[in-house]
Ligand binder design. Structure first.
Ligand SMILES: Nc1ncnc2c1ncn2[C@@H]1O[C@H](COP(=O)(O)OP(=O)(O)OP(=O)(O)O)[C@@H](O)[C@H]1O
Ligand SMILES: [Mg+2]
Length: 226
């Protein structure tokens, strides 16, 4: 295993629209140790979601390097990167949501169907119970509440027991009691499977319960001693 689960060095990401150019990330560097639970806070627009999308390899920074478990992700072609993501990374993003045409059960099985891996039925059952999504198997996403859909997305990400879990406001749609429970569940899974977690949140009380809190400002991490 490499020394760091995540290592980000001097990345820069700019969004260019027809008229404007927005620098979303600049001089952004930090590292996360294997098994560490890190929270990321920062003002709206500071670059948190962009950073997580870069870590997932869904967008590529134009400068700098990102290594996940010792593998430099931007050197991979699209197919290898997508294989790597499916095998190693669990994603809980707002716009990385459920497939509307599939039932909840089919959505939960999707990472295994794509990956050809065996699902752990007992674990999936336990996740469903913990996240209170047990009765939803045959429903379609549109027939579930926003909070239920969010919990299914979390279950789908955890089901593959990823080395690295990236979560962008995973408790954003939940009431404070459910948010606390989901956070506790993420913590339990992280400890149980020695997962590395990077979680963006606006909830300072949850952020403080992480092993370490990173603060983003103007596209960079403010203080990032490992
Ligand atoms: N697809 C895009 N096209 C153009 N600009 C974008 C795009 N996505 C993000 N930006 C801009 O990049 C900057 C960083 O956005 P980002 O979504 O990473 O912030 P954030 O910290 O996640 O904010 P929030 O807390 O509101 O979710 C912002 O100025 C935003 O307007
Ligand atoms: Mg965001």
């Amino acid at each position: 295993m490499s020394e760091y689960a995540v290592k980000v060095s001097e990345i820069r990401k700019t969004y260019t629209d027809s008229a404007t150019e927005t620098v979303a990330l600049q001089d952004c560097s930090f590292a996360v140790k294997p098994g560490e639970f890190v929270s990321v806070i920062g003002k709206s627009g500071s670059g948190k979601s962009t950073l997580l999308h870069c870590l997932a390899g869904l967008i590529t920074p134009e400068k700098g390097t990102i290594t996940i478990g010792g593998t430099m992700i931007q050197d991979m072609n699209e197919d290898r990167r997508s294989d790597f993501r499916l095998s190693h990374i669990g994603i809980v993003f707002q716009f990385y949501s459920l497939v509307q045409e599939l039932t909840i059960e089919e959505n939960l099985r999707l990472p295994f169907d794509v990956n050809g891996r065996q699902s752990d039925h007992t674990f999936l059952k336990k996740l469903k119970k913990l996240l209170e999504i047990e009765g939803l198997d045959h429903k379609y996403p549109a027939q579930c509440s926003g909070g239920q859909q969010q919990r299914v997305v979390i279950a789908r990400a955890l089901a593959v027991k990823p080395d690295l879990l990236l979560a962008d406001e995973p408790t954003g749609n939940l009431d404070s009691e459910s948010a606390r429970q989901v956070f506790t569940l993420l913590r339990q899974c992280q400890r149980l499977f020695r997962q590395t977690v990077v979680m963006v949140t606006h909830d300072l009380s949850l952020a403080k319960q992480a092993d370490r809190m990173l603060v983003m400002e103007d596209g960079g991490i403010l203080h990032a001693p490992v």
